[in-house]
Ligand binder design. Structure first.
Ligand code: WTA
Length: 638
């Protein structure tokens, strides 16, 4: 993120979509502009009002304490709470004990689908049993627990059980390979790992326990591994280190008093890709995070008491944390968990699920929509989607074409599409329009109430309307990250780039109506199918292969994935580039990091463009690749 991007928005100002009558009828926020103005006049008072909707053991004596340099924030200072009380106990006590919290639509291999429902009452009891089991393993307040699981209700149960006792969960997405998992277990210093024996995808079994075995081999800090076995093919466990989830939980009491925690007590670490080096463990806390996620979940989706809500994200990512687990549960929603791929057994899978359960709110990603678009309109047309009321999108810019397809074929022209801009670091939505507000395809809209966002140049001056610049946030918000685990420097960096602002790392434009449009990342982070992948991670996976001397990686525009990965590789002496090695290196990245990080292209090159100080100039490679001017190359070595 070295210079001010000199870009104008490439997308023309598109159509404006007024909210449908159906959207207006259920609107929670009816005058978005008025609410934003009111909130922005006094953001702490506004957020305090939202916080009063939740339960606290003890109130705060100050809403927010912000120190600009070095950056440090606290919300609801002095308050005591536990996020699980708001997500569980509150509903059980308020007459919703038998309301369904999760409906799990599972993939169980070759065209076998299973279903399971868990009520709030059952969820609380199981969470408590898991919490007691963790305690029995010696896990206490502040201890870290890594969770590596398939999408089953056991995953949110494990997360909530950690939160119940003040332990810190570190969920690692089930698509990461053993070395990537090991790095996260080590970095977090987890003493317990909770995993599933297997997951299913397109009828195939994924051996998650095998990956955990490899990741924890010789890691003596990991004292216990709790294994959720899906039943029909019990794998062998090695006691006393390995324990069976069902046996262990069944033996515990379903009562467990929630730990009384400071509002600022850490709830989780979630690893995400940054510009350089290893992934960053973003830290979120109990109090502010509960307020920020639940409020935005409610107003952006117009959540009604009997809605069925489906978010297609995996809880291994921030979207799953904030908008599958915590936000929806705090709001007492019924959440549908759909395991498996969107096109298995056929591309009607999600629409069939929508019809079967009468889904009202459907929240997904542009990559998924583009993939489904490819299969044609006949799949959504085959099913009754009339229950849908609000659609959502997240993770990357949604191109207007995909937006319009989604609107017409899934929403039948009646459902607003709420495009939500946010990040692992922000914890909650920051830019999004509510359903009752006009939408512009391709734009997440305006900043939400209580959030001050802008597009600025390197010095922090607002750029002209329609011109590209850095997307920044000038206010604080309750669910913002509190630090980066073990790396305060990198945390501070977010506020050091542009004076007085949080720099998100995105380049964006703002139009005359105040609608933002995100054009992409300003740094070395790639957005592949909505997954954040650092160029540095892929490069380090490549150079860990004996044939590779040096590697540089860039993201290239891709019509389906948003970006695809291209690698430039310098080979060591004695190695010859060719198809065979290309395949070897691609699968090496799959094994070292993840299938989602595999390069789509690898070029074998004799040299790489570098600065005089030896830093690879990926920008120059990218410009060459795209056939555009590389910008300032005065620091280029030769
Ligand atoms: C991108 C995902 C355009 C953006 C919640 C951001 C988006 C990064 C949108 C964060 C959107 C997310 N429109 N771009 N609606 N939502 N992004 O941490 O580049 O995985 O900085 O969080 O995704 O990715 P992360």
């Amino acid at each position: 993120m070295s210079e001010t991007p000199n870009l104008s928005s490439l997308q023309k100002e598109g159509e404006i979509f007024a909210p449908s009558a159906q959207a207006l009828e259920k609107a929670i926020v009816t005058d978005f502009d008025a609410l934003r103005e009111e909130a922005n006049a006094n953001p702490p008072a506004f957020w305090e009002r939202q916080a009063r909707e939740l339960e606290w053991f003890e109130p705060w004596n100050e809403v927010v304490k912000w120190q600009a340099s070095p950056p440090k924030v606290e919300w609801f200072v002095g308050a005591k709470c536990n996020i699980t009380v708001n997500a569980l106990d509150r509903h059980v006590q308020n007459g919703n004990r038998n309301k369904v919290a999760f409906i799990w639509a599972a993939e169980e291999g070759e065209a076998v689908y299973k279903e399971k429902k868990v009520t709030y009452g059952e969820l609380l009891r199981r969470v408590n049993q898991c919490a007691n089991a963790l305690k029995a393993m010696g896990v206490g307040k502040g201890d870290r627990v890594t969770i590596y699981m398939a999408l089953t209700p056991a995953l949110p149960i494990a997360m909530l059980a950690c939160a119940r006792i003040g332990a810190i969960h570190c969920v690692v997405y089930g698509g990461f390979s053993a070395p990537a998992l090991r790095q996260r277990i080590e970095d977090s210093g987890s003493k317990v790992v909770i995993c599933s024996d297997m997951g299913y995808r397109r009828g195939k079994r994924i051996d998650l326990k095998g990956i955990v075995d490899e990741a924890t081999r010789g890691l003596h800090e990991v004292e216990k591994i709790l294994v959720f076995r899906r039943g029909h093919t019990p794998i062998e466990l090695h006691e006393p280190r390995e324990l069976d989830w069902n046996e262990t939980l069944d033996a515990q009491s379903p009562h467990c008093e929630p730990e009384v925690l400071d509002a600022e007590h850490p709830l989780f670490y979630l690893y995400t890709s940054g510009t350089t080096g290893k992934p960053k463990g973003i830290v979120h806390v109990h109090g502010g995070y509960a307020v920020g996620t639940s409020y935005t979940h409610k107003i952006c989706f117009d959540l009604q008491p009997d809605d069925i809500y489906l978010c297609t994200a995996d809880p291994g990512w921030i979207t799953g944390h904030s908008y599958v687990v915590y936000g929806p549960l705090i709001n007492g929603a019924t959440v549908l968990l759909v395991e498996g791929a969107l096109d298995f057994p056929d591309p009607g899978r999600w629409w069939k699920v929508v019809e079967k359960y009468g889904v009202n709110i459907f929240y997904s990603t542009p990559t998924a929509i583009r993939a489904l678009m490819r299969f044609g309109e006949e799949y959504p047309a085959k099913y009754d989607l009339s229950s849908l009321r609000v659609l959502g999108s997240v993770g990357e810019p949604i191109n207007p074409e995909a937006w319009l397809w989604f609107h017409k074929n899934v929403g039948k022209g009646n459902c607003p599409i709420v495009d939500t801009w946010w990040q692992t670091e922000t914890g909650q939505f920051l830019i999004a329009t509510v359903p009752s507000y006009p939408a512009k395809p391709g734009s997440p809209g305006k900043a939400l109430p209580g959030i001050v966002a802008d597009v600025v140049d390197r010095e922090g001056n607002p750029v002209e309307t329609g011109k590209g610049g850095f997307l920044v946030i000038k206010s604080q918000w309750p669910a913002m990250m509190r630090t980066i685990s073990g790396d305060v420097e990198r945390y501070n960096g977010y506020w050091e780039l542009i004076p007085g602002c949080y720099a998100a790392g995105d380049v964006a434009t703002k139009d005359e109506d105040g609608y933002f449009r995100v054009m992409g990342r300003a740094d070395d982070v790639m957005n592949v199918s909505g997954y954040r992948i650092g160029t540095a991670e892929v490069e380090s996976a490549l150079v860990s292969h004996p044939a590779v001397a040096e590697a540089a990686v860039i993201g290239k525009p891709d019509p389906l994935k948003g970006e695809s990965i291209k690698a430039f590789v310098i080979l060591r002496d004695g190695f010859e580039g060719g198809d065979e090695l290309l395949k070897t290196l691609t699968s090496h990245v799959r094994v070292e990091l993840s299938p989602i990080a595999m390069p789509a292209e690898i070029d074998f090159v004799p040299s790489l463009p570098k600065t005089r100080s030896g830093k690879i100039m990926r920008r120059v490679l990218k410009a060459q690749e795209l056939g555009v001017a590389p910008g300032d190359i005065s620091t280029l070595e030769d």
